[in-house]
Structures are given as structure tokens and as C-alpha cells.
Design a binder for this molecule. Structure first.
Ligand code: GTP
Ligand code: MG
Length: 313
């Protein structure tokens, strides 16, 4: 199943939990403030998302109103739940009836377990922006524990998400990461490439969604410096790289692309640009560029003009 290129993905959860909103932002270039215009989904909306040239997600956005849910579990049961590669189940953290939500989820999991027992399961605890910062972790942990209990022993991965920040990108990158075929081959190549250009980190982004496909880091021995001639002395990191830097780049680049499409002149020049962004600082250099037909790459290398220019080349 993991080698199939076309993968059926069910997007389910109660009505209003935010399924179509996420889909519009990740795959159709909506910005968060525009999703309020989306209406409730009637029955199932099908769409295809091409990914990395090698993977097609066949997305089933399943409207979550009770009548539709009942029908997925009864008359449409076999058409909905067979041949599923992944289920993405969205929970609204602000739901007024979490107990009923969990029962519905359990019914869905039972149907999935019988029809597609090898399907991957991802649960998103969504709209976390509505929870006060200091309570987020605790509430998220509690909710996850309750979900695991209703998962019939199946493996699952959980994410906290919100369309109002980069957590949405972290969740979807995590999901997609599990489904891309040949990822090991890509990673092996990236690591070799990173070593050749003396990069410390390479992050690979998918072109249309700007989701992180994968990343590699090279821990460099400080004695084996690549830049002996410049006299650049590398200052110690005063702060560690932010753990959410990848999804922050996704989020920033999506807003950038959105702005570009609204101003067609920028769009034309941005589309032709190879290097979209460069930063040279005393402690590191970095650039973001088109890489292959389906990807962008972000490279972080130690300071030094020569290595930087070589890497860009
Ligand atoms: P059905 O199609 O009826 O199953 O609903 P749905 O799950 O597709 O919900 P939809 O995406 O239409 O979103 C419902 C509402 O939730 C919209 O008004 C969104 O603006 C809002 N929403 C979605 N995601 C978030 C979020 O992360 N935070 C907040 N505060 N609101 C959100
Ligand atoms: Mg919908």
C-alpha cells in the first residue's frame, strides 16, 4: 500500500470543525481570513492534490453534518471506507459536545478498521487558537488521551493545529511526510548533497503547497572548517534555531505567494526567479531557491562568501 502513487485520504470530523478551511489553505492558496466564505460541505467533495510528481492525494472532504455521517456509516460504508490510505480526523477543541464527538470518531474508526486495517490515522485537535496559551498543552494532552482510548488499538498520530498560525503547516507536513514514496532515497541524496556543499541544514519544500517534505542536518566538526581562507570566525550560537522554523517558512512563503498572485507583476518576476531569498549574517548564511520541478530548497551554511556562492551555484 505504501508504494501506491494514488492515495485515498479521508478528511472527516464534525461539521464546522474546519476541514474544508484547511484544505483551502493548504491546497488552494486561501488565506485564513478568507475561509469564512466557505459553506458547509454537502456529502463528499473530491479533489486531487499532486505532490512531488510521484504522489497523488485523492482527498475525500466528507461533510460532517449528522445526516452525512450516518450515511457514511451505513449506505455509503463500503464506498467510503475501502482502499483508504489515510484518515485525517479533525476535532474542534471548542466543541460543545466532546463526548458525542468521540463516539462518532469511534464509529468511524471501527468502520475503517474493518475495511482498511492498514490505513494511517491522523487526528488534529483543531482551532487551538481559541484556547488560552497557558492551557494549550494540558488541554491538548487530555484530549489526545481521550482520543487514544477510542481508537480501537489502532496506531495514530496527533497534532495541535490552527489556521491562524504555522501549526497547520506542521500538521500537514507531518501527514504528507508519512505518505511520500521513496523518501529514504530523497533523504540519502539530500544528505550527500549537504555534505558536498558544506551545508548545515537543507530543508526541502513541495512547490505548490510549500509544505516541508523532509530535511537533513549535518553536525560539523569545528576542526574541519570549510572556510580557512576568509578569516571568518564563527561566533557561538547565542540562541538555538527555533524548533518551528520549517513550518514558519512554509507559512511565510504561502503568504508571499498569495501576495504575488494578487499583484501579477510581482508574480511574473517571482515565478522566473531562481533564488527567492538570501540572508548573509555573521553566524550563518542561508538561501531559498527553486530546486527541482516540484520542490524548493532552503540551505543553511556557515559564514563565508566562497562556500555560499558555490552552494547557490
Ligand atoms: P462541514 O463541511 O460542515 O463538515 O464543516 P468543515 O469541517 O468543512 O468546516 P469549515 O472548514 O467550513 O469551517 C467552519 C468554520 O471554522 C469557518 O468559519 C472557519 O473560519 C472556522 N475555522 C476553521 N479553522 C479554524 C481555526 O483554526 N481556528 C478558528 N478560530 N476558526 C477556524
Ligand atoms: Mg467542509
Amino acid at each position: 500500500d505504501n508504494h501506491k502513487r494514488k492515495k485515498k485520504v479521508l478528511l472527516m470530523g464534525k461539521s464546522g470543525s474546519g476541514k474544508s478551511s484547511m484544505r483551502a489553505i493548504i491546497f488552494s492558496n486561501y488565506v485564513a481570513k478568507d475561509v469564512r466564505r466557505l459553506g458547509a460541505t454537502i456529502d463528499v467533495e473530491h479533489s486531487h492534490a499532486r505532490f512531488m510528481g510521484s504522489l497523488t492525494l485523492n482527498l475525500w472532504d466528507c461533510g460532517g453534518q449528522d445526516a452525512f455521517m450516518d450515511s457514511y456509516l451505513s449506505t455509503q460504508r463500503s464506498s467510503v471506507f475501502t482502499d483508504v490510505s489515510a484518515l485525517i480526523y479533525v476535532f474542534d477543541i471548542e466543541s460543545r459536545d466532546p463526548t458525542t464527538d468521540l463516539e462518532t470518531y469511534n464509529n468511524i474508526i471501527r468502520a475503517l478498521k474493518s475495511q482498511s486495517p492498514t490505513a494511517l490515522i491522523f487526528c488534529l485537535i483543531h482551532k487551538m487558537d481559541l484556547v488560552q496559551n497557558e492551557h494549550r498543552e494540558r488541554i491538548y494532552d487530555e484530549r489526545c488521551a481521550a482520543i487514544v482510548k477510542k481508537s480501537e488499538g489502532m496506531d495514530l498520530e496527533t497534532f495541535a493545529s490552527s489556521i491562524w498560525d504555522q501549526t497547520l503547516y506542521k500538521a500537514w507536513a507531518g501527514i504528507v511526510h508519512r505518505m511520500i514514496p521513496n523518501l529514504v532515497v530523497i533523504e540519502r541524496f539530500l544528505l550527500a548533497f549537504a555534505k558536498q556543499i558544506y551545508a548545515e541544514e537543507i530543508v526541502l519544500f513541495e512547490r505548490s503547497t510549500f509544505l516541508t517534505v523532509t530535511h537533513v542536518s549535518v553536525i560539523r566538526d569545528s576542526n574541519e572548517s570549510s572556510e580557512t581562507q576568509t578569516g571568518d570566525v564563527r561566533p557561538e550560537y547565542t540562541t538555538l534555531p527555533a524548533p518551528d522554523r520549517h513550518e514558519r517558512i512554509s507559512s511565510i512563503m504561502k503568504s508571499y505567494k498569495h501576495t504575488c498572485t494578487r499583484h501579477s507583476r510581482t508574480s511574473a518576476s517571482a515565478a522566473g526567479a531562481f533564488v527567492l531569498f538570501k540572508a548573509q549574517t555573521p553566524s550563518f548564511n542561508s538561501f531559498l531557491a527553486r530546486f527541482t520541478e516540484n520542490t524548493y530548497i532552503c540551505v543553511v551554511i556557515p559564514p563565508g562568501e566562497a562556500a555560499f556562492n558555490c552552494a547557490v551555484l
